[in-house]
Design a protein around this ligand. Structure first.
Ligand code: NAP
Length: 298
């Protein structure tokens, strides 16, 4: 019986592991991928985590893992198949065995929704990005496109318009889902060109992204947009299916938990991107890991 099982080897889970180890708790960290880091593994360079500007996401993930291991945490790489967390004893079932703990810190993260179009996967990290604040600076003075019509797409387009020569905002409808104030700012930006009622069919290029193949939903006209990068902002998907029916989730599937990371179930904490929050960044995930451990100590 562990004091706590931490699920997820991203910044939130590894931070929780460090704090749990230093609090002399018997902690088990279960991660799905053998190398810690979560979403940052896909980030070319992390420029906004204090003290580590310019570091590669992979390298930063390794540093986080080394830090946890230094304090005696040995991450277990197993896929979690089932969680039973409503009782006093929490059970976590993986493909290999069943673990028990007094508490769970759930830090399984979230993933960007994919478009599922040709070229999207092949050019990931070679011009296709899902995070303008992470990767936008690589496209300074260049031409980019943002795909989506929600708050994130609008914010990304505005953010990129300050860096890029030109930004196409491609949306499948002619009205935006995002906040009106953002829409007004997008319309006012001189270097954002709206490409509405348009579906992106493929990302094309040789070594890197060069063009986007698009089609108008109005008249079926096909067009090819020359771009250096494309930011896909069509929503997020939290990895919370394992908690469904046990822990309160919001309408988008995020675990309902406040800044104390406490969920609707005693002894279950949500940390990092799985939690209902406004700012999903490495720094806030790391913070959640610390707060969750403090919470389970009472
Ligand atoms: P979102 O609000 O769900 O918007 C996703 C956008 O992507 C929608 O415009 C949608 O088009 C489009 N889309 C979805 N699937 C697509 C596909 N297969 N092909 C083309 N377009 C597709 O997602 P989000 O912008 O990531 O925001 C997530 C949540 O965070 C929202 O609740 C948002 O309000 C919130 N948020 C708030 C703020 C803020 O308050 N400042 C900032 C960021 C995020 P349709 O419109 O046609 O469905």
């Amino acid at each position: 019986m562990y004091d706590v099982i931490i699920i997820g080897g991203g910044p939130a889970g590894l931070s929780a592991a460090v704090y749990a180890a230093r609090a002399c708790l018997d902690a088990l960290l279960i991660e799905q991928q053998p190398m810690g880091g979560g979403q940052i593994l896909n980030t070319a360079e992390v420029d906004n985590y204090l003290g580590f500007f310019g570091m590669g996401g992979f390298e930063l993930g390794q540093k986080f893992t080394e830090h946890a291991e230094h304090f005696g945490i040995k991450p277990v790489t197993e896929e979690v198949l089932r969680i039973d967390c409503t009782g006093a004893v929490k059970k976590v079932v993986t493909a290999k065995q069943e673990y028990e703990a007094k508490a769970i810190i759930y830090a399984a993260g979230a993933g960007h929704k994919k478009l599922g179009i040709p070229g999207e996967e092949a050019f990931a990290g070679k011009g296709v990005s899902y995070c303008a604040t992470c990767d936008g600076a690589f496209f300074r003075g260049k031409t980019t496109a943002v795909i989506g019509g929600g708050d994130v797409a609008l914010e990304d387009a505005l953010f990129l318009s300050n860096l890029c020569e030109k930004v196409y905002l491609i949306h499948r409808r002619d009205t935006f889902r995002g906040a009106k104030t953002l829409v007004e700012r997008v319309y006012a930006a001189e270097n954002i060109e709206l490409v509405l009622d348009t579906v992106t069919e493929a990302v094309e290029g040789e070594d890197r992204v060069q063009t986007l193949a698009c089609v108008s939903k109005m008249d079926g006209e096909k067009k090819s947009l020359a771009v250096d990068g494309v930011f896909i902002a069509v929503g997020m998907e939290p990895h919370t299916g394992l908690l469904d029916g046990q822990v309160k989730l919001d309408e988008n599937g995020y675990v309902v938990a406040g800044e104390d990371c406490k969920t609707s179930v005693e002894g279950v904490f949500a940390a990092g991107d799985v939690r209902t929050k406004k700012v999903r960044q490495i720094v806030t995930a790391v913070s959640d890991g610390a707060v969750a451990v403090a919470g389970l100590q009472g």
